[in-house]
Design a protein around this ligand. Structure first.
Ligand SMILES: CC(C)(COP(=O)(O)OP(=O)(O)OC[C@H]1O[C@@H](n2cnc3c(N)ncnc32)[C@H](O)[C@@H]1OP(=O)(O)O)[C@@H](O)C(=O)NCCC(=O)NCCS
Length: 176
């Protein structure tokens, strides 16, 4: 897995050294309000992160911890995953509350999308958000993903789906 970077962030491949502060992030009920089944205890967060570490040896899987360039402090995570064999590659992200509102999620999402569609050449990337998660919708739109409307979500219930094809991403770059 490659290290990625943006104007403000370093995106480092997940390491177990990051587990303690990531556990705190996954336990925060505000951060987890719209993610899966909500806040996770340490055992559930550890199992999920271990799964990502194992799968990250097989691109397009990847989990990057987001660090502020200036301080090196960990502020969140961004991930690519294939939830079930045969499904498209899915993008996810989460940031500590202290890092919200500065454009960092948009920077991270755009970098991971470019990595997936550009470097890894996947044909399509998708993201699913809770219908009430307006901030994530704004992030995905700003990162170039297209709103596909409502659909059954990965955790049951109805989600809003976003998608971007490699062809559309390349066409957008040519037109920029
Ligand atoms: C969603 C989240 C990643 C956004 O991170 P962030 O770094 O604050 O995002 P950005 O600053 O890049 O952009 C946020 C955008 O959402 C907008 N926004 C924020 N809160 C909003 C709200 N309640 N309603 C509508 N828009 C909102 C901001 O105005 C901004 O858009 P703008 O630049 O056009 O003004 C962060 O809040 C988070 O980690 N939330 C919890 C985890 C989560 O829900 N992850 C997504 C699951 S797919």
């Amino acid at each position: 897995m490659e290290r990625l970077h943006t104007k403000s962030l370093l995106l480092d491949p997940l390491s177990r050294d990051d587990f303690p502060w990531l556990f705190a992030l996954y336990a925060d009920p505000v951060v987890m309000r719209y993610i899966g089944t909500g806040p996770r205890d340490e055992a559930a967060a550890r199992a999920n992160l271990e799964w990502f570490m194992a799968q990250s040896r097989h691109p397009p899987f990847g989990y990057w911890v987001l660090r502020e360039r200036g301080t090196g402090d960990g502020v969140g995570g961004a991930m690519l995953m294939v939830r079930r064999e045969g499904l498209p590659v899915e993008l996810g992200f989460l940031l500590a509350q202290s890092a919200w509102g500065r454009g960092l999620a948009t920077e991270a999402a755009a970098a991971v999308i470019a990595h997936a569609l550009g470097t890894l050449q996947v044909p399509l990337i998708e993201a699913f958000i809770d219908v009430k998660n307006a901030a994530s919708g704004a992030v995905l739109r700003k990162a170039g993903m297209r709103d596909q409307g409502l659909c059954p979500g990965p955790y049951g219930g109805t989600d809003r789906k976003f998608a971007l094809t490699r062809d559309d991403w390349l066409a957008g770059r040519e037109g920029a």
